[in-house]
Structure formats: structure tokens, C-alpha cells
Ligand binder design. Structure first.
Ligand code: SDX
Length: 429
């Protein structure tokens, strides 16, 4: 794909750098041979200017606020498709035919149960364990149960592991929730669609039948689609790096869950809702805006800003619309947190600080209000993000493993520590 070349002069030596151009978006200077030819590294600790791989899965245009899954705009997929169709698209690269969709749904549905021994595994946790801690542990533990899909060199085992991950994450997430609220686990029901099955596993109790609300189930399904993949974000890069050593997919996804937990990443939906609650009233917004702008205050507006989007996150717009749909269906006329969120967004988007730094609401800004209205506790918000993002992690992991040029990821460093020095006996220190 290399189509032209550039060059760089290092210590008077000219090094040619091929330029790789993708389908759309920025080109990339191929610096793979730079160190060998110049003895110099590039330096980019936050990877703000670094493309770590080639990928055909997701494209983001941060300036225009565009998100495409395999070329299809997120707005169209969220509006017209469902989450499992998006899973098929991300994994196979094309939208499924009717027959392919029915077969895929059938295969996922028949992998939703987990080994019964997993239930005993859960009982090792304290009841007040954070559900994300349980998810990191239980997803990693899947590699202790499913030995027949951990050979990453076998395409069949790779696909079985992929189906198992997509299918079992809702079951494990529901078990994590049930365990922390002290209710019995609810088994998946194969005659329900993916998201209705998940809602029932979370909120059904043995003493009465759980009634699926199709409006709420559809809303959560749309939220899953919005969170399914997002190019080389921190957790996806973690999964790719873990997978580059040959680790099994369950262990790689567990690493992705651990990374997603951080408040700067997937943990922001939990942090954003806690921030709205801390603000407490529209009148208190200005003081929090001032804190967000104060260089000496570590406080940031959670759910605002993005490494790539320097325009409105297209997912945030759909999230806001879905939030209103859910609140309307549940009959919540006036959610004080939503009022604060809308006013906070209005003030921030007219403030020169946020305008100059191109800080807009991201996918996490409205999701917390919606998930709370659906009945989930704040501690489950990032778990839901992980359920949705699992298909993206797995699709990116598969793409990396199936790349014939794939090598272990091993970055270098700029060493700024002590120069060589000799040992000093303790008697002389
Ligand atoms: C997700 O990467 C992905 O794709 C992630 C994600 C996905 O789908 O996988 O989209 C999901 O993680 C969304 C982001 C959720 N995180 C938050 O909402 C946490 C709050 N946001 C920030 O922490 C921050 O915006 C990041 C982490 C999202 C982005 O950080 P960057 O790109 O490293 O930007 P930065 O921290 O260098 O900020 C640039 C400037 C700084 O000011 P200066 O030092 O230049 O003066 O903007 C300021 C920051 O202080 N800034 C904020 C701010 N975010 C950035 N100021 C106030 N409030 C904020 N939220």
C-alpha cells in the first residue's frame, strides 16, 4: 500500500521513510526501519501521533465527528440494525444476509450459559466487590474452563472463542450484578433476543415472571451498538498488545476489561453520573466549570473531551436521544440529573475554554443517566460498556492474529535515569 516516500535527516544522515496511505483518513510515515538506520527512536508517550496497526474495522474522523463500523455510519447501524447484526459486521466484515443473521443469532444464543463451576467461583468474592473486579477475574477464569478454544493458531478455535466471548459476557455481567445484590443467578433463556435475555438475567427474580419492556430492551440494544468498537482506544490497544504475545483471547479480553475500568476511559460513565450528583443543582454548575478550567484543580468534567473527537462525539448525540426515549417510557418527566447535564452541556459549549480546547460531550456523558433509568446501579455502568465492547476487542484481536506480518508488540523508551555507576558497599554510603 506504500505509495510515496518522505525522508528525515538525523545527525546529518538522511533516512527515507515510506508513506502508507489508507482508504480514508491521515497517511502514516512508516518508521519501522528508523532506529536501525539512524539509531534514534521516535517519542510519542500518549500515542497522540502514532498509528499502531493497519485495520479495516472502524474509522473515526475526530474533526468531523464521524464513526464508521466497516464503512457503515454508526447513526444508520444504531437506527436500523441490532447489536448482534453489528457483532456479525465487526467480526466478518459484511452485513449478514437473513440466513447468515439467523445462523449467527442461533450460534450466539447457544453459547450463553457458563460452566456451572463458575457459580462457585463467584462465591469467593465479597458481596460488596465492585462488579468490574468480578468481571476482570471471571473473564480471565474462562481460560481455565474452555481449553478447547484457546489454541489461537486454529481458525475454528478462534471463532469458537469469539462466539463464546460475545455470548457469555452478558451472562457473567448479570451474575456479577446478582451476586452483589444478593439475589440468585438467573439462567439465560434461549427464546429471548440478546438484550432482552440480558435484562431478564439482571432483573428477574424467582418469585415472579419478568416482563420484557421492548422499548427499554431496544434502547439498551442501541447503547450496546454505540459502544461496540472504537478503533485503537486504550482498552483495544491493551487487548492487541496482550494478544501479540500469543496469550489466549479470554486472558486478552480480561486485560481489556481492566484497562476500560479507568475513569479516563470506560469508567467515565460511572464518574460522570457521580459528578452530576455531586454538582446537585443547576445553580452549582458555574463553580464546577471553574474547577474544570483551573490548572491547579485535578477536577475534570467527566464525560467531556476526547483524544480523537474534536467535535461532538456522534455516539453522544444518539445517547442523548435514547436517554429521552427511556425516560419517557419509564414515565420520568423530570430527571434532575438530566436537567443538570443539559444545562452543563449548554454552558460548557459556550465557554471559550471548552471551545478553544474543542471539548465536547463524549459517549459517557448521557449514558449514565440512561443506564440508571434502566435500573442499573452506578457500579454496573462500566460493566455494560465492557459487555458491548467485547465484540470490538475480539474483532480487533482476530484481525491482529490473522495478520501474516503480526509480531509481538515491544515499544522502546527514552531513558532518563542514572548513567552507569559502580556498586558502593553499605559501609561507605
Ligand atoms: C472513552 O479513546 C477512545 O476512543 C475512548 C472511548 C471509546 O469508545 O473507547 O471513546 C471511550 O474513554 C471516552 C472518554 C471518557 N473519559 C472522560 O470523559 C474523562 C474526562 N475526559 C478527559 O480525561 C480527557 O478528555 C480524555 C482522557 C478523554 C482525553 O485526554 P487527552 O486526549 O489526553 O487530552 P488532554 O488530557 O491532554 O486534554 C487536553 C486539554 C488539557 O488542557 P491543557 O493541558 O492543554 O491546558 O483539555 C483539557 C486538559 O486539561 N481537558 C479537560 C477535559 N478533558 C481535557 N478539561 C476539563 N474537563 C475535561 N473533561
Amino acid at each position: 500500500m506504500t505509495v510515496s516516500s518522505s525522508s528525515i535527516v538525523v545527525d546529518g544522515k538522511t533516512v527515507d521513510l515510506p508513506v502508507k496511505v489508507g482508504t480514508i483518513g491521515p497517511a502514516g510515515l512508516d518508521i519501522g526501519k528508523l532506529y536501525a538506520q539512524s539509531g534514534t527512536f521516535t517519542y510519542d508517550p500518549g500515542f497522540t501521533s502514532t498509528a499502531s496497526c493497519e485495520s479495516k474495522i472502524t474509522y473515526i474522523d475526530g474533526d468531523e465527528g464521524v464513526l464508521l463500523y466497516r464503512g457503515y455510519p454508526i447513526e444508520q447501524l444504531a437506527e436500523h440494525g441490532d447489536f448482534l447484526e453489528t457483532c456479525y459486521l465487526l467480526l466478518y466484515g459484511e452485513l449478514p444476509t437473513k440466513v447468515q443473521k439467523a445462523d449467527f443469532d442461533y450460534r450466539v444464543t447457544r453459547h450463553t450459559m457458563v460452566h456451572e463451576q463458575m457459580a462457585r467461583f463467584f462465591h469467593g468474592f465479597r458481596r460488596d466487590a465492585h462488579p468490574m473486579a468480578i468481571m476482570v477475574a471471571s473473564v480471565g477464569a474462562l481460560s481455565a474452563f474452555y481449553h478447547d478454544s484457546t489454541d489461537i493458531s486454529d481458525p475454528t478455535q478462534r471463532m469458537v472463542a469469539s462466539m463464546r466471548m460475545v455470548a457469555k459476557m452478558p451472562t457473567l455481567a448479570a451474575m456479577a450484578y446478582k451476586y452483589t445484590v444478593g439475589q440468585p443467578f438467573v439462567y439465560p433463556k434461549n427464546d429471548l433476543d440478546y438484550t432482552s435475555n440480558f435484562l431478564r438475567m439482571c432483573f428477574a427474580v424467582p418469585c415472579e415472571e419478568y416482563k420484557i419492556n421492548p422499548v427499554l430492551s431496544r434502547a439498551l440494544d442501541k447503547i450496546f451498538t454505540l459502544h461496540a468498537d472504537h478503533e485503537q482506544n486504550a482498552s483495544t490497544s491493551t487487548v492487541r498488545l496482550a494478544g501479540s504475545s500469543g496469550a489466549n483471547p479470554f486472558a486478552c479480553v480480561a486485560a481489556g476489561i481492566a484497562c476500560l475500568w479507568g475513569p479516563a476511559h470506560g469508567g467515565a460513565n460511572e464518574a460522570a453520573l457521580k459528578m452530576l450528583a455531586e454538582i446537585g443543582s443547576v445553580e452549582r454548575i458555574p463553580q464546577f466549570i471553574a474547577r474544570a478550567k483551573d490548572k491547579n484543580d485535578p477536577f475534570r468534567l467527566m464525560g467531556f473531551g476526547h483524544r480523537v473527537y474534536k467535535n461532538y462525539d456522534p455516539r453522544a448525540k444518539i445517547m442523548q436521544k435514547t436517554c429521552h426515549e427511556v425516560l419517557r417510557e419509564i414515565g420520568i418527566k423530570d430527571d434532575p440529573l438530566l436537567d443538570i447535564a443539559i444545562e452543563l452541556e449548554r454552558i460548557a459549549l459556550s465557554d471559550p475554554y471548552f471551545i478553544e480546547k474543542k471539548l465536547y460531550p463524549n459517549v459517557d456523558f448521557y449514558s449514565g443517566i440512561t443506564l440508571k433509568a434502566l435500573g442499573f446501579p452506578v457500579s454496573m455502568f462500566t460493566v455494560l460498556f465492557a459487555v458491548a465492547r467485547t465484540v470490538g476487542w475480539i474483532a480487533q484481536w482476530k484481525e491482529m492474529i490473522e495478520d501474516p506480518g503480526q509480531r509481538i508488540g515491544r515499544p522502546r523508551q527514552l531513558y532518563i535515569g542514572a548513567d552507569r555507576r559502580d556498586y558502593v558497599p553499605v559501609s561507605e554510603r
